[in-house]
Structure formats: C-alpha cells, structure tokens
Design a protein around this ligand. Structure first.
Ligand code: F6P
Length: 330
C-alpha cells in the first residue's frame, strides 16, 4: 500500500500572487529535506510547470543567497488548466515520472484547492504552506509576506504624512488585501491612520464623512484614511466624501493607490522566521507520511489542519483590534 511508503522525494512550487518570504520558505524546504535525507525538485510557474513538466532538481546551490530576496525564484502563476481533471492527471503523471511522492504548495487558498484535488485524485502527499500578503488564510495567525507588505505600507504612510501635514490635506490611501482588510486594519493601527475602511465592516461613507468633518472642526487639518481595495476603490471614496467636506478640504483631497509595490522587497525578520519555521515543518510532516494538510502558526505554535480548512472556515479580523484601531483614529 502506497500510504505506508517512506517519502524520499519531494517537490516544491509557488502559486498565485507572489509574496516576500516565498524564497525563504523554498530555502527552508530544501534544507529541511536534505536534513531528512530526501531529494527535492523545484517546479517553475506553479501548477503550469507541473503540467508542462518544468520540474528540476534543487541542490543547496540554488537556494544559496536567496534569504533576503523578495519574489520567488521558482516563478509563480495562476493556472487555468489545473482546474481541469485532465490538467491534474498530466501533473500527477509528471510528478510520478520523477518519483515525487510529496508536494509542498506555497500560496494562497486558491492554490490549496488544486492541491487538495491532486491529493484526493492521485494520492500525491500535498502540504499547503500559507504564502500571501493578504493574510486571509484561516488555520494560521499570519501568512508569509503579510508583515513585509505591512511595513512597506507603513513606510509609504509616513512619507505621505509629511506632505499631508505640510499642505493640510486629506489623503485616501488604497492598500491591497483582495477581499480582506488585514493590511488596512494594521496599517491604520501602526501607521497612525485617521480613518479606516475595510470590507469586513462595510462601506459607510456618511460615517467617514462625519468623522473627517468632526476632525476638521476639532482643528485637525490633515487626515490619512486607509482604504482596503476590497471595500471600494479609493477614487470612488474620495469622490463620495466630497459632499461632507468644506471647499478647502475638497480641494486638498488626494488619492494614493499603493499597488504592487506592496508585493515586493526583502522579507522582514518576522516573515523570514515564519517562512523558515513553516518550510521546515512542512517537510517534517511529509517525513511523517502526512498529506492533504496545511501548516500554520497559531499562538506561536506550529499547527496542521486538513487543507480544506483554508476555504471552509473564513478567517475573521479581531474585534478587539478593530475597536482599538478605531478608538485611536479619532
Ligand atoms: O493576493 C495577493 C494580491 O496582491 C491581492 O492583494 C491583490 O488583490 C491581487 O493579488 C492582485 O493580483 P494581480 O497581481 O494579479 O494584479
């Protein structure tokens, strides 16, 4: 029975939007695999590389000098073909031809669904490793890349504040996060934001308008409003805020969309630590012949869940953190 076989050969790929720290995770996977006596293959361009048989042997040479590099040297992609039974069958055939028994998928929950199907349909031992700047994967407190993206946002917010104060302006800063408001929430808390719009709390422009008008009355002549892309485009927010503001405020309103700068850069210490721990732990789980799971860190403990946990259970922002952020944004 294949299930009792010792796993000696594994592969690793990165899938979906890249995030800073993915290289660190690949490095940790390789180094851990060597320590457990396994050989490792890298797959280029995520699932597309599995289908195209773009699979190559990784040695310590490939993972040297990458701990501080953003992006992913394995390249990443979103792959339509892998949604089909035929695509996954081709991928499994290529994996088996290389003798690969275990696969580590570094990416977001969209990438996990394909991984789960590969496990269920073809018995490849798959482990999901949470890599996305959005931090929207349940089963882990943080995802790889979130902390770096947050620090990039904070750097931008500080710089924008300099000009916002000089010109007494209101800035609407749009940050990434897809449907989740984690980046926006913590950027507001840590960046001293004066207003916050996140999808988890809905779009209430009247409330925001009243809030900014009140600040103006109180003598606060500049504002930094952090707007998650998932709630509304910042341009729309700026336009719809105008009726609540004085003529001066209306003229002095500006929009900054931070965009893909948030996905780049050297990973922070926190992301490097998280990626190193999760990369090692994923290999340890394969060494224990486990598959069909995701790894994460909760309350500073390494944990596993069935991979479907990532999409069956929605991750919720902390009520308390929201309350604190709003109280401090007055
Ligand atoms: O999921 C990561 C992310 O950066 C989101 O925050 C953002 O909405 C999306 O990817 C952007 O995707 P793309 O790089 O395909 O434009």
């Amino acid at each position: 029975m294949e299930d009792s076989l010792e796993i000696k050969t594994i592969a690793v790929l990165t899938s979906g939007g890249d995030s800073p720290g993915m290289n660190v995770a690949i490095r940790a996977v390789c180094k851990a695999a060597f320590a457990f006596g396994m050989s490792v293959y890298g797959v280029r361009r995520g699932y597309q590389g599995l289908i195209n048989n773009d699979i190559f042997r990784l040695t310590s040479k490939e993972v040297g000098g990458i701990i501080d590099r953003g992006g992913t040297f394995l390249l990443s992609a979103r792959c339509e073909d892998f949604r089909n039974v035929e695509g996954r069958a081709k991928a499994a055939e290529n994996l088996k031809a290389h003798g690969i028994q275990g696969l580590i998928v570094i990416g977001g929950d969209g990438s996990y669904r394909g991984a789960d199907m590969l496990y269920k349909e073809h018995g490849i031992k798959v482990i999901g490793l949470p890599g996305t700047i959005d931090n929207d994967i349940s089963g882990t407190d943080f995802t790889i890349g979130f902390d770096t993206a947050l620090n990039t946002i904070l750097d931008a917010v500080s710089k924008i504040r300099d000009t916002a104060t000089s010109h007494e302006r209101t800035y609407i800063i749009e940050v990434m996060g897809r449907d989740a408001g984690y980046l926006a929430l913590y950027a507001c808390m840590a960046g001293g934001g004066d207003g916050l719009l996140i999808p988890e709390r809905g779009y209430n422009i009247e409330e925001m308008g009243a809030h900014i008008a009140q600040r103006f009355e109180n003598g606060k002549l500049h504002d930094i409003v952090i707007c998650a892309e998932g709630v509304a485009p910042a341009e729309k927010v700026a336009e719809e805020l105008k009726p609540y503001l004085t003529k001066k405020e209306q003229n002095e309103m500006r929009v900054t969309i931070l965009g893909h700068v948030q996905r780049g850069g050297a990973p922070t210490a926190m992301d490097r630590i998280l990626a190193s721990k999760l990369g090692y732990y994923a290999v340890e789980m394969l060494a224990e012949n486990q598959g069909g799971i995701m790894v994460g860190v909760e309350s500073n403990k390494l944990v596993t869940y069935p991979i479907s946990h990532a999409w069956k259970y929605k991750k919720h922002i902390s009520e308390k953190d929201f309350e604190i952020t709003m109280a401090l944004a007055k």
